[in-house]
Design a protein around this ligand. Sequence first.
Ligand code: UDP
Length: 328
Amino acid sequence: MKNILVIGGAGYIGSHMCKHLATNGYQPVVLDNLICGHREAVKWGPFIEGSMADKYLLEKIFSKYEIKGVMHFAAFCYVGESITEPGKYYRNNVAAPISLLEVMVKKNISNFIFSSSCATYGEPLEIPITEKHPQNPISPYGRSKLMMEQILNDFFNAYGIKYISLRYFNAAGADPDGELGEDHMPETHLIPLVFQTAMGLIKEIKIFGDDYPTKDGTCIRDYIHIDDLAQAHLIALERLLDGQSRGIYNLGNGAGYSVKEVIDMARNITGKCVPYRIVDKRVGDPAVLIGSSQKAVEELGWRPHFPDLHTIIETAWKWHKSHPKGYE
Ligand code: UDP
């Protein structure tokens, strides 16, 4: 069995990745500090509680398990918080993975899959956004992701650590079997908050601005199903294992939905009322973010299985309605 170290494997994207790895014959070895992750979401392999900044711990893990590749899902991800607490973001999202890369060099481990972000592009100059779009991030979060892409390139040049960076658009949806879902504390993401409103756990959803230059005035985003993200990661990993040296790919659906369209679709699927109120715009929210994933489709042979928003929201609802308070 091939061991893959999944850092942040107890989190939303990491836990779905672990299930996908296990289904495809790999053993995920999870390292997670449980600051954002959930112990209950780790079900498919060994679990080690700790930080990727702990070089001693990492050396022990690399000595104990024959690790064929490393996937990193353990970044902090709140754009707003990164603006008010930049040090927290640079320490966790940049300094900690440097420690990890140094131990990988020491232990002669290659093959790194990095969760990058469309936030590295900043305000889009053209839609859809391709990988060639200039990268001018407008938040410490986006900058931390861009820095890591550059650092990975430097580690490739210096030590030959092979890597693929995957720039996600809006990860959404949940495991179609209903075993895993999205549970952040605090929750800031649109779809989980819409469900909390539908279940009466919060009074109303706040829409951040309705005078954007879009069809209904609310922001447009490109939602991509979590299992399609996991599938792309596995293909990327296998490309590295087969000899590809590095790569950068967008992962989105190439279709955009407005905040109001998401709320309407959730109303239809849940059959519940979702009251909303328009509030001020959120700092750093571009009007439209839609990605072109043509490169991933052409070069990796990636084919999203759940591209439509209906399925994305339906799978998410399946988990939320059976876990109204998230993992407990
Ligand atoms: N959004 C909103 N109200 C909320 C949360 C999000 O109107 O309570 C909007 C947000 O402005 C963005 C979209 O929903 O246009 C998706 O936001 P989310 O935080 O889920 O992901 P992001 O695009 O920030 O990665």
